[in-house]
Design a protein around this ligand. Structure first.
Ligand code: ZN
Length: 217
């Protein structure tokens, strides 16, 4: 199943998915504030299971009767193995795309109150929406991106608003474990998160990445 998804998400010339999906929480000041979270001094990291992956327009979706929160994010595909404790350069990134980190915010809020892990609020079938990666000539450092829901722009972000740059995030991950070719990293969402339900029309754009894609949840 992962190899099938891998073929759809990673065209020839890019590494196949390893199955690791790392996510950064609170990487944009305005988003941390809108959820009444502190602005972190080091990245907040959580995981999604690889079985959470779904193409923008199709695939399984758990809790389809619920309202989710949309979090549009820049998503990195790691291009080579990196040792524990090593330092990553931009050349460690094989490709960059956009994805949505779907969140069951009510469930997450309850778990946070009890100081329990948020895993089930972030990892479920369809929770990691992803636009397929493309082969890039070079890795752009300045990236704009946006999400519209049902024709209305909801989130706009730019890499210059990130608290932790791509390289800082990768170096932080590398303090904890090696990274493998085919690992995926969701790099955090800008402000403007809001409700999303099955059947809503999604439109993601990034001129720097050459992405202009539509889908339906
Ligand atoms: Zn997120």
């Amino acid at each position: 199943m992962l190899s099938q998804l891998s073929q759809q998400l990673c065209p020839e010339g890019l590494p196949a998915l390893s199955g690791n999906i790392y996510c950064v929480g609170r990487n944009y000041v305005e988003h941390a504030k809108e959820l009444q979270n502190e602005v972190p001094s080091e990245p907040v990291i959580f995981l999604k299971a690889p079985s959470s992956l779904r193409l923008l327009a199709k695939g399984p979706l758990a809790f389809a009767e619920e309202s989710f929160h949309h979090e549009v994010e820049i998503v990195l595909l790691i291009g080579k193995d990196l040792a524990l404790g090593s330092s990553a350069g931009l050349d460690a990134i094989a490709s960059i795309s956009l994805g949505l980190d779907l969140t069951r915010r009510g469930v997450q809020d309850q778990l946070k109150k009890k100081s329990l892990p948020w895993t089930i609020a972030k990892s479920f079938a369809g929770a990691a929406l992803l636009q397929p990666f493309r082969r890039l000539q070079s890795v752009p450092e300045a990236i704009d991106f946006s999400l519209a829901v049902n024709g209305e722009t909801k989130q706009r972000g730019h890499t210059e608003q990130m608290i932790f740059s791509f390289v800082k995030v990768l170096d932080y991950l590398l303090l904890h474990q090696p990274l493998y070719a085919g690992d995926i990293v969701y790099t955090g969402t800008p402000s403007g998160v809001g409700p999303l339900k099955k059947g809503d029309r999604l439109h993601i754009q990034s001129s720097a990445l050459g992405i202009d894609a539509e889908g339906v949840l």
